[in-house]
Write a protein that binds this ligand. Sequence first.
Ligand code: HOZ
Length: 428
Amino acid sequence: MLYKRSSQLFADAEKVIPGGVNSPVRAFKAVGGTPIFVKSAKGAYLYDEDGNKLIDYINSWGPMVLGHAYEPVVEAVIERAKLGTSFGMPTELETQIAALAIKMVPNIDKIRFVNSGTEACMSAIRLARGYTKRDKIIKFAGCYHGHSDSFLIQAGSGAITFGSPNSPGVTAGTAKDTLLARYNDLDNVVELITANPNEIAAIIVEPVAGNMGCIPPKEGFLEGLRQLCTDNGILLIFDEVMTGFRLAAGGVQELVGVTSDIVCFGKVIGGGLPVGAFAARAEIMNYLAPLGPVYQAGTLSGNPLAMAAGLAMLQALDADRDVFNRLKDKTAYLAAGIDRVLRNNNVVFTINTIGSMISVHFDENAVVDFQTAAKGDNETFKKFFHGLLQEGIYIAPSAYETWFITDALTYEDLDFTIQAIDKVSKTF
Ligand code: HOZ
């Protein structure tokens, strides 16, 4: 496949946009080459500026659970746009989507909408600090909670991909309030709590990590965090930006039966428009302005187009809960097929998967945290990525990202993908 026009467009973009992109992972720096410029997308497929059709395994980094340009979402946005695109005033739509989200997600009484997952996590931390009157937080190495200052400490996603997990620009003062733990290691969390008695406001965690590849929690890890938080007056924050409304209607809280104190959303909750949200029981949410002292605001928060898209998406998922089983079955089928062909071709690998999230790591050891994720062979990943691109398959251009399965994928698409992986991995 040729990507000539994309290369030209990238060269043009580089002149006016830093690195030619508005979010670093897109730039292909981790895999070499130049990014693909998208013209349109429908269902499971991307159509690029060179006229290529690609099977999409990123799906806008998660939100397209039902496929690109999903009709009810598109219709809702078009109809809503005719009525005005932003007011900075309340609309009934906000209450409708809030009520539906509260019905679908366990353990939340109130929800506030923002514009991105970054904003949701940033606001959740401020709320936790205000509520507990403590300053420190614990985060896990390799987890990524957006690009606000407190979280760019050993961060995953593009931050690891580009070797700046601790970004310059984050002050030492901010960094000292973020304590770092190993994912899936409860003893390490206990050590930090013991060393900082009554100082920790919150533990924030991706309950299924998705920014160092896909790393499911070990049995007992989330339950252990829950207990430690309860015992020590710490709020547990689940960052369900990737997993919310994707792994189950109620996200990981529903899937594993562990509740958090605050839960953050993004991606699916906006149906592909820029939306984030954070939610908790009323006692915590009432700490927010205008009821309480913790300030948080935004002109575009609860924007009517974004709310219309999110509402249409959540209504579709709520009405067809079997979608989560279909996604899981498709992902398991894909994982089994990849496992079979890589094994036959004597490739060293590990596949991690849960629900509709999957990642392939080129290392034989179990990938359970940041350290083990970092052991993957990036040279093999690069060959894998470019080989698949030539076959018309688009996965994330970084070994540290997760693939997201959409319900629009057919079993023929999955078979095609498995055959392509067979072909590509013969050339390693
Ligand atoms: N941080 C996102 C992946 N975990 C990438 C966002 C993007 O480049 O659009």
